[in-house]
Design a protein around this ligand. Structure first.
Ligand SMILES: Nc1nc2c(ncn2[C@@H]2O[C@H](COP(=O)(O)OP(=O)(O)O)[C@@H](O)[C@H]2O)c(=O)[nH]1
Ligand SMILES: [Mg+2]
Length: 250
């Protein structure tokens, strides 16, 4: 995507963590390194929703670590998985993504209200080879909207496992219609061959960033969805200041 680039697939990745729900809200506090805090303008907290086995965890691993996990890593142990990565949406403007994976809770639809409420948006993922996972997309969307209220969530609809074209059960056009009816973009991805994985997250990040810039999404105390980063002051050396002064035309 023009103007959008990831900042090193691995460099900002914090080690994957599996935490009990109670600890989840405290994850961000006090954990930023000074280096990390100085290089992003906003932090967006995003969630990944969809039926079990559609490939949510693999998508997150691919995006944050640049690899497709083997069977051991895709074991859906119940808990909360936390991922992190920076994306550069404009030259020099980086956004830190805090990415939350349901890690098995989706199996029992036991996702907590705060999981939705403290997010600004996410990916709604179905498996293009699994018709029922697509049929459940509206349920996931309704559930997310209900729990997030009064906050708005920004979603992108993701048809995953597009490397399995021969086993496709959901026509692209049908998915595009649903996305359009719900005011979302649609994108097809594969964590296996890395198709559109970057794009799915950067499209979502850009959509949210535009809404933040327009003031349609605002930061609020006690809400984790969007946080402001630290923008360092530019301190010029005396030589630089002098040369800047030379350029002044007034
Ligand atoms: N062919 C293919 N298989 C995938 C892809 N992504 C995930 N899988 C497989 O789908 C299964 C479920 O993946 P997982 O990420 O655990 O799904 P989750 O339950 O939604 O988190 C695993 O066997 C993965 O290897 C993909 O892009 N292509
Ligand atoms: Mg999973």
């Amino acid at each position: 995507m023009p103007g959008i680039g990831a900042v090193g697939a691995r460099c900002r990745h914090r080690p994957r963590r599996r935490l009990p729900k109670a600890e989840a809200g405290a994850l961000h506090a006090g954990e930023e390194s000074a280096m990390e805090a100085a290089i992003w303008i906003y932090q967006f907290r995003l969630i990944v929703l969809g039926d079990s086995t559609v490939g949510k965890s693999c998508l997150l691993h691919r995006f944050t670590e640049g690899r497709f996990p083997g069977p051991r890593n895709s074991d859906p142990t119940v808990g909360v998985d936390f991922f992190s990565r920076l994306v550069e949406i404009e030259p020099g403007k980086r956004i830190k993504l805090q990415l939350w994976d349901t890690a098995g809770q989706e199996r029992f639809r036991s996702i907590t209200r705060s999981y939705y409420r403290n997010s600004v948006g996410g990916l709604l993922v179905f498996d293009i080879t699994n018709r029922s996972s697509f049929d459940h997309m509206s349920d996931w969307l309704d559930e997310a909207k209900m729990h997030a209220d009064p906050f708005q969530l920004v979603f992108v609809l993701v048809g995953h496992k597009c490397d399995l074209e021969t086993q496709r059960q959901v026509p692209r056009e049908e998915a595009e219609e649903l996305a359009s009816a719900c005011g979302m973009k649609y994108i097809e991805t594969s964590a296996k061959d890395a198709t559109n994985v970057e794009e799915s997250f950067t499209v979502l990040t850009t959509d949210i960033y535009e809404l933040v810039k327009k003031g349609e999404i605002t930061m609020q105390d006690g809400w984790e969805g969007v946080k402001s980063g630290f923008i360092p002051n530019v301190v010029h050396s005396s030589e630089e200041a002098a040369s800047l002064g030379d350029q002044c035309t007034c």
